[in-house]
Design a protein. Structure first.
Lengths: 168, 259
């Protein structure tokens, strides 16, 4: 009973940690949290990096340690970046997608097939009449698009899919 | 164990050094959209190198930052082609960099990197398999990017075609250094860490042949060469010394500082 409660409190603490470059979305809603182990107050948290060169990773690690260390029955926090399972964009929750949109970033399309064109709607007016300006954007995980309907430039999160499911 | 480490050093150093050469284009790329794209690609590739350095750390090698910054040039295992300067001049003084050379080098390397990763995702060493899968997801975008440049320039003006052809001849002369797995190749293959280098080479040659065919360009003659030495054996040029000296300049002032 107590340990269920503790898991819950750890998850709540993790939900306060935001992506430093997308202030409206927590790392839980981005789907970055893997296994969480608690052994006598030593909490080990597996974190799935989004894009590997992302400079936000050390900041996220620091913020996780700070947030979870505050819990009363936690003595130490270890953050480990893991690549299995790999992070994919379909790990983003509905709340995460809403948060991205609020920030002006179109969420990635669901069920994307690697290498195929994606369908993305404008996060401001929901129009699908958009053009891709640059697959690469201001951060490793984003692309730059332009909405021909409301004439706003916007960003979209690049879709990242699990290759095992595609190549099989 | 030695063969496994040698392989991962090759993978780490190839991405690390080419990402560094790419970063020297920052602010100098042909247009602003390319600046955004290329710097993003270089950032990804530095991330790929970091993952490989972390694998090495887990195998008992130095900590990743130290390994990247403090190694002597002869301990690097990257292909010599990837350390070569972008052109004459330097980043701060008259950088007359060659865009055609950059496009050809990055495109040929991306094609090979994809083929190599497709092999590594079936490697007998599980941590390497996981890293390969992760990198492939990002690398797909890099390959698409360089393929657009490559095809467009090859089917563009006469000047573009001439410059691309010259760059292809130059890259071809030392691309053999990328394709080789070096002195421990037999053990790497025997342990199923990666496919036979001849298999990977055949796949690469046919991929390049197909693209050249589709752009009405003659296939390059013979086999890719290794004119400037075999980086897999620790043979390097002064270009690598210069690269390490520059990229490690701040780090070596005080390796104990945390960034």
């Amino acid at each position: 009973m107590n340990s269920v409660n503790k898991q819950q409190r750890i998850t709540e603490a993790l939900a306060t940690v935001k992506d430093p470059e997308i202030a409206s979305v927590s790392i839980v809603d981005l789907g970055m949290i893997g296994d969480v182990h608690d052994e006598n107050g030593v909490v080990t948290i597996h974190v799935l990096p989004t894009f590997t060169g992302c400079p936000a990773l050390p900041i996220i690690k620091r913020d996780i340690v700070n947030a979870v260390s505050k819990l009363t029955d936690v003595n130490a926090v270890q953050v480990e970046f893991v690549y299995s399972p790999a992070w994919t964009t379909d790990r983003i929750t509905e709340a995460g997608k809403a948060g991205l949109k609020e920030f002006g970033i179109a969420p990635p399309p669901a069920q994307h097939v690697l290498g195929e064109p994606w369908e993305i709607d404008c996060p401001y007016c929901n129009s699908s009449y958009v053009t891709m300006e640059n697959i690469f954007g201001p951060t490793a995980c984003r692309s730059i698009l332009y909405c021909r309907s409301c004439k706003n430039p916007f960003e979209a999160m690049k879709p990242v899919a699990d290759l095992d499911e595609i190549i099989r | 164990m030695k063969a496994l480490k040698e392989l991962i050093y090759q993978l780490a150093d190839d991405d690390f050094i080419l990402a560094y050469r790419g970063s020297e284009w920052l602010g100098l790329a042909p247009h602003i959209e390319e600046d955004v794209a290329f710097s993003s690609i270089n950032q990804d590739m530095m991330g790929h190198a970091t993952m490989y350095f972390q694998l090495l750390e887990a195998l008992g090698e130095q900590e990743a930052d130290q390994n990247a910054h403090l190694r002597a040039p002869e301990a690097f295992r990257n292909a010599v082609l990837l350390e070569e300067v972008n052109g004459t001049g330097s980043y701060l003084h008259q950088p007359n960099y060659d865009w055609a050379f950059t496009v050809v080098r990055n495109y040929f390397y991306s094609v090979h990197k994809k083929i190599r990763l497709d092999s590594l995702r079936l490697s007998s060493y599980e941590p390497l398999r996981n890293v390969a899968k992760k990198i492939l997801m990002e690398q797909q975008y890099h390959l698409m990017h360089w393929e657009v440049w490559f095809r467009q320039l090859l089917t563009s003006t006469d000047e573009a075609k001439r410059r691309m052809t010259e760059a292809m001849v130059k890259v071809w002369a030392s691309f053999g250094g990328v394709l080789t797995l070096g002195p421990y190749y037999g053990e790497m293959v025997k342990a199923n860490f990666i496919d036979d280098e001849n298999v990977l080479k055949t796949r690469w040659m046919s991929a390049i042949k197909k693209v050249l065919n589709e752009t009405n360009t003659n296939m390059l003659p013979g086999e890719p060469g290794m004119t400037s030495g075999n980086g897999r054996k620790g043979e390097h040029t002064t270009d690598l010394q210069q690269a390490i000296a520059t990229l490690a300049e701040v780090y070596v002032t005080n390796p104990a500082v945390s960034w």
